[in-house]
Design a protein around this ligand. Structure first.
Ligand SMILES: Nc1ncnc2c1ncn2[C@@H]1O[C@H](COP(=O)(O)OP(=O)(O)OP(=O)(O)O)[C@@H](O)[C@H]1O
Length: 594
């Protein structure tokens, strides 16, 4: 029998399920925007504000706080905004709030390589982030840093370039936002120098690039929360909406610009944005930004538009996946960088229960209906509010499935690149709020989006490669919560069998025997190594491609030290371990990273 009991393995004919379907704990028993720009009267900042925050409004923006009254110098360019309003408020789903469980990331091995690596921290308090930012970190309820944050923030605040890879939902956004905001606060620019002096040319100090409009907006919203009441000016630029509104905002001056590449190129070519002052450059979903689709635009932005060169600017690349060839390409943009991998590059988190079902193309719709009916009938008062994200291959397929699900009693909405931006945003809003609890999307929704309450990701059509699968399923199981991912695997997907098997094994998932068999047959038939060949060596563990080329003597300043509380603390002592150190379990250290 197949893993799911839905199909007979020998005939592969569908046999309707009679027994109860598997539902993971998160679906069973659940104890488990676009606001206007910046703060209410945010004051112009000065270096002293880095260390001396203005008194917080203790009611989180509602009414007056206690303590000494602070009347900030109002800047007419800033519109009133309160911290609470910077959050995506989804009152309808308030009752299903599941707390983050960041302890889930404690056991993940960490590998760091490079020269003179700054040691990690255990708490936010240990890093010199400034009082204002620290206060906002507390406001966001970030009690302690996740592993990627412990390492990356310390490395970035020390001024080092960074290529960082960590699992989906493990807090990479804050890992690049905090050092950037901290850097801006330490080197404040005058309004004129940041482009707000009426020159019509915005000169941001930091640039964060992301591949999709929705992700840019999300990073922008997050960054605004982190920079609340600091005076740091943040703006967003993305396509699909009138450029003039965004340009008007930029005319007021900007410290941190979050952008999609196309819209940014347009603005630079219109001489509305200069990249000449960029000190910090962050690429989120960096492997996507440097793959064939985006690479020419990124090269143009980074190499031909006045941006200071590597070494002068600080560059940070983040993703959950980092194929070798992209690492190689990315090194053009970096200078003496540290490579950081939390978990193995491109691995998935075992917080996500992965199910693979053998379903032929013509049976997929009925199979999906069965799955949704079963989910509905097993739902508890709590889990009935959870959201389901269904990935399909084509835009047309998304529209068709949306209509078909809605006709069959499952309210769904589609999101894809052929929809106008307003429709895309509307779809996402409706999904996030729970008004339409099923989103049918193409890969436009596969990366970076942090949507609370997504409990189930269904790969109705499998993606073309395993990295996309990792990002897609990563829309659930975030911030330490669990999630479920179901994949419909058909004959079309045989080339994916080996890498999927390996990914599942590594994430401690049960691999159906038919899938293992396909994996063996397919790689034997094609003579292909398949699987993790994308990382060059077919091994497990974080992997810095420089290890294949660098002489170890270049990287003799690294160290490894014993675990404290299940985590390894750094020691200043160099023990002359060639090329990098590894945090985590001994078994991982010996697993072939060196
Ligand atoms: N230190 C922390 N404490 C509490 N919550 C956190 C912390 N860091 C991040 N989070 C929360 O975890 C969630 C996931 O974070 P984030 O979106 O940055 O993940 P990511 O690693 O960028 O994921 P992806 O690879 O999908 O882009 C967010 O809701 C964020 O607010």
């Amino acid at each position: 029998m197949t893993q799911t009991g839905m199909f007979s393995e020998s005939t592969r004919k569908p046999t309707r399920s009679t027994g109860p379907r598997y539902l993971p704990p998160n679906l069973r028993s659940p104890q488990n925007g676009n606001a206007a720009f910046l703060d209410a009267g945010a004051p112009e900042f000065t270096p002293s504000r880095f260390y001396s925050p203005q008194p917080a409004r203790t009611t989180r923006g509602r009414g007056r706080g206690r303590g000494p009254r602070y009347t900030p110098r109002r800047n007419p360019n800033w519109e009133d905004e309160k911290f609470d309003e910077l959050e995506v408020v989804d009152d309808t789903l308030e009752e299903v709030k599941v707390p983050n469980n960041l302890d889930a990331y404690e056991d993940i091995p960490v590998q760091v390589s490079g020269d003179n690596i700054p040691p990690p921290v255990k708490t936010f308090a240990e890093i010199d982030l400034g009082d204002c930012l620290k206060q906002n970190i507390r406001r966001c309820n970030y009690i302690k840093p996740t592993p990627i944050q412990r390492h990356a923030i310390s490395i970035a605040v020390a001024g080092r370039d960074l290529m960082a890879c960590a699992q989906t939902g493990s807090g990479k956004t804050a890992a690049f936002c905090f050092p950037i905001i901290c850097g801006v606060l330490k080197h404040p620019l005058t309004v004129a120098r940041r482009g707000g002096g009426g020159s019509g040319l915005a000169c941001p100090f930091a640039l964060i690039l992301a591949p999709t409009r929705e992700l840019s907006c999300q990073i922008y919203e997050e960054a605004k929360k982190f920079a609340y009441m600091t005076g740091v000016q943040i703006a967003v630029a993305y396509g699909g909406t009138p450029i003039y509104q965004q340009l008007r905002r930029l005319e007021k001056g900007v410290d941190i610009l979050v952008a999609t590449p196309g819209r940014l190129v347009d603005m630079v070519e219109r001489a509305k944005v200069s990249l000449g002052m960029i000190k910090y450059l962050a690429l989120d979903e960096a492997d996507r930004m440097l793959d064939m689709g985006f690479e020419p635009q990124i090269r143009k932005i980074v190499e031909q538009m006045d941006m200071p060169p590597p070494g002068t600017r600080q560059t940070m690349l983040f993703s959950a996946t980092f194929p070798d060839e992209i690492q190689r390409l990315a090194s053009d943009f970096l200078s003496d960088y540290v490579f950081l991998a939390v978990g193995r590059v491109g691995s998935s988190t075992d917080l996500i229960v992965q199910k693979v079902e053998l379903v032929q193309e013509m049976d997929k719709r009925n199979h999906l209906l069965d799955l949704l009916h079963s989910q509905r009938s097993n739902a508890t008062p709590h889990s009935k509010h959870f959201l389901t994200l269904v990935f399909v291959e084509t835009k047309k397929g998304a529209n068709e499935l949306e209509r078909w699900l809605s006709r069959n009693g499952f309210p769904a909405i589609a999101m894809h690149g052929d929809k106008v931006q307003m429709e895309r945003e509307q779809a996402l809003r409706s999904f996030k709020s729970g008004a339409t609890p099923i989103l049918v999307a193409t890969d436009v929704a596969s990366r970076g989006l942090d949507i609370p309450h997504v409990a189930h990701v269904i790969n109705f059509d499998m993606p073309k490669n395993i990295d996309d699968y990792v990002h897609r399923i990563g829309r659930t199981g975030r911030a330490g919560k669990c999630g479920l991912a179901t994949a419909f695997f058909s004959d079309k997907n045989l080339p994916l069998a080996k890498s999927l098997t390996e990914l599942m094994k590594e994430s401690k998932q049960e691999v159906p025997s038919w899938l293992s068999q396909h994996a063996e047959n397919y790689s034997a038939g094609t003579g292909s190594a398949g699987g993790w060949g994308r990382h060059g060596r077919g091994d497990f563990g974080g992997y810095d491609f420089r290890k294949d080329t660098a002489s170890s003597s270049t990287y003799n300043n690294a160290y490894a030290v014993p675990a404290i509380d299940g985590y390894y603390a750094a020691s200043a002592a160099s023990v002359n371990v060639p090329y990098g150190y590894t945090y985590g379990y001994g078994s991982i250290v010996a697993s072939g990273w060196d």
